[in-house]
Write a protein that binds this ligand. Structure first.
Ligand SMILES: C[S@@+](CC[C@H](N)C(=O)[O-])C[C@H]1O[C@@H](n2cnc3c(N)ncnc32)[C@H](O)[C@@H]1O
Length: 224
């Protein structure tokens, strides 16, 4: 079950994301890790044919309970295939890092390419590993320290594993998630292995320039 009180569901986050994706979706859109439809449902409301894949039946039930025209397939986005092709495949809100092996992430790029029509685009929104904030001997990077939320990322620089620790007194207490962090250049190589090349990289959905200080990126790869 997704917590839809999360700030990622705010209109000022969702709106620019849909504005960015919609022009690329004339030939239909496939969302990997669709969740409860935060982006898929408003994209479909703009007249786009949207299909979603997610590994959790609970979140897909949450999505369908809202109505809307998004069709779905239950499965792992690294291997699940669906009928047809799309001009856009997208994977947002750091969900590529949910797959914790390099082989799995490479498979995600290959699976995206397999569902794209010629000239189609794969769009990924992902955090940039904050390795420059780790002095020797330190593994933790605090990313949010407020009375409402304490957030610390724990890096393992040998395995590229990251455990994100959260403590929110008003929202269920302690929780943690395991991820594989990945540098943008490694993603470009995964894209190349799948027959795609980088066409755009921004710091966010408003087309902000991507710089050495950017904490996140929105990358667009195009299928040859
Ligand atoms: C942070 S949520 C993002 C949901 C949605 N994309 C959004 O932006 O609101 C991550 C989602 O990824 C799904 N997920 C994680 N690993 C997956 C996998 N290997 N295949 C398909 N879905 C996966 C989870 O079930 C969850 O719904």
């Amino acid at each position: 079950m997704m917590d839809e009180t999360d700030p990622m569901f705010a209109p000022e986050v969702v709106g620019p994301t849909v504005d960015f994706l919609a022009p690329m979706a004339a030939g239909g859109a496939l969302e990997f890790a669709v969740g409860s439809g935060r982006i898929a449902l408003p994209l479909a409301e703009r007249g786009v044919r949207v299909h979603g894949v997610d590994i959790s039946s609970t979140v897909l039930e949450q999505l369908h309970a809202k109505g809307g025209r998004v069709t779905t397939t239950l499965g792992d986005y690294t291997t699940t295939t669906v009928d047809g092709t799309f001009s856009l495949v997208y994977l947002v809100w750091n969900s590529l890092s949910n797959v914790t092996t390099q082989a799995g992430q490479v498979a995600a790029f290959a699976n995206a390419a397999a569902h794209l029509s010629p000239g189609g685009r794969f769009v990924v929104e992902l955090f940039v590993p904050q390795l420059r904030r780790l002095p020797p001997g330190q593994d933790f990077v605090p990313f949010d320290v407020t009375p409402e939320h304490l957030g610390f990322d724990e890096y393992d620089v040998l395995t590229q594993r990251l455990v994100s620790h959260h403590y929110s007194p008003g929202r269920g207490g302690y929780g943690a998630g395991e991820f594989r962090y990945v540098w943008p250049a490694e993603l470009d190589l995964m894209a190349r292995l799948a027959g795609m090349t980088l066409s755009e990289r921004w710091a966010g959905w408003h087309h902000e320039p991507f710089t050495a200080e950017s904490a996140s990126h929105v990358s667009v790869w195009t299928l040859a």
